[in-house]
Design a binder for this molecule. Sequence first.
Ligand code: UD1
Ligand code: MG
Length: 488
Amino acid sequence: MSANRPAAVVVLAAGEGTRMKSATPKVLHAICGRSLVGHVVAASRELDPEHLVVIVGHERAKVSAHLAEIDPTVRTAVQHEQNGTGHAVRMGLEELGNSGVVLDGTVVVVCGDTPLLTGGTLRKLSDVHAADGNAVTVLTAEVPDSTGYGRIVRDAATGAVTAIVEHKDATDAQRAIREINSGVFAFDAQLLTDALGKVRTDNSQGEEYLTDVLGILREAGHRVGAAVAGDHREILGINNRVQLAEARKLLNERLLHVAMMDGVTVVDPASTLVDVTVTFERDSVVHPGTQLLGATHIATGAEVGPNSRLKDTTVGAGAVVDNTVADGALIGEGANVGPYAYLRPGTQLGTKSKAGAYVEMKNAVIGEGTKVPHLSYVGDATIGEFTNIGAASVFVNYDGVKKHHTTIGSHCRTGSDNMFVAPVTIGDGAYTAAGSVITKDVPPGSLAVARGQQRNIEGWVARKRPGSAAAQAASAAQQDGRETDAEQ
Ligand code: UD1
Ligand code: MG
């Protein structure tokens, strides 16, 4: 247990987020593979609080269901009407009190719409709070444009924080202040509870402002402090989709920075998108225009991209994945994928195997060294080792009702333009002729031929298409043939 483990973290997420203009509640919008509130909950977890409470209100069924999915130990407290941030925190503390929790120690309050906030910054806030013995410590930041934020008012002589004044309630002189309230605080639990009971609503919005607690505690003679965030971009609150995109870009840059410092070559960070859950090994390379999503892992020496989208996909060491879309695929060491391949869930490519140009695979296990080089669909199949599948083959897996499986052995050579009508099995070392529709099992080592015999009807063009360009070309070719024969 950490030395100053907070008694609780309270996450404010009851607001509607009107400016998102969305049917989805603001905090459920996602960047880099995680909801806004999910990012805040993850950062809060790093403090290892005894209780983590999220205040829900607008669309609370949806928000609560999402929270239960991402972190079942999160508690929720309902704020039926959004009467302000102070009121929201009061609802959280009442919920804990009603379920018998006695808070002793620190309560950290964060907003559900600040996805860039890190656990490290929360830790710094809580350390400053503990070290200075404050009743309240506010996380502040100097921002280039403080419009809309609560301003931090400091005593001119001592520099001590005296109050937070909301933009709408601020004087012109106060509006010129660039140090703002991030909306993140550490409080002494008992003093917070007492002070929340004294917060009034005589402000321009008629709300209970959490920020007023600071002035109330100060007037009662308690210590009030501030911790300044190292990077003001960390406290960016999302109110609209422009800020959502901005935050996505910043978080993506942060994730790629870490990857690059760990030895990953990211050729063009600006056109490379990653989720927080993506992992890399050293000396992997990501080419431009690539999106890596979900639980994707890129092993050492692997090259991904350009122009690829990989979701929940593992790329083995030294594999090359070019211009490919993959979802739920396992790509073996040294395998070669693309360009223009589509690997769907359940695809497992063995070591040094190949899924080449315009190849789609689904629920297919491909053995070591096996190649599907061109223009094919492989669905619901198992293929052994060192087999070659001819160009333009289709694993005919669906009869309109059920999906069926195809099994092809090791060291097989199947011809181009084959249809494998499942369920069907081809034994080890077997061959199939080009253009075959394989409907019956092929024993090991056999050649299967399943196509019509060729018949040439001589002179058909001269008889049926007299005078046509084809007839003239044929006649010229026959003439040439006779002259060549005569010369010999
Ligand atoms: C708040 C702060 C302001 C600070 C800014 C930082 C107050 C009074 N003002 O202003 O000083 O600079 O955040 O972004 O605290 N919420 C609820 N219930 C409510 C009201 C709000 O849960 O009744 C939640 C919102 O969903 C949001 C957060 O609290 O996640 C902040 O609310 P918001 O309305 O965005 O406050 P600001 O006006 O931005
Ligand atoms: Mg806000």
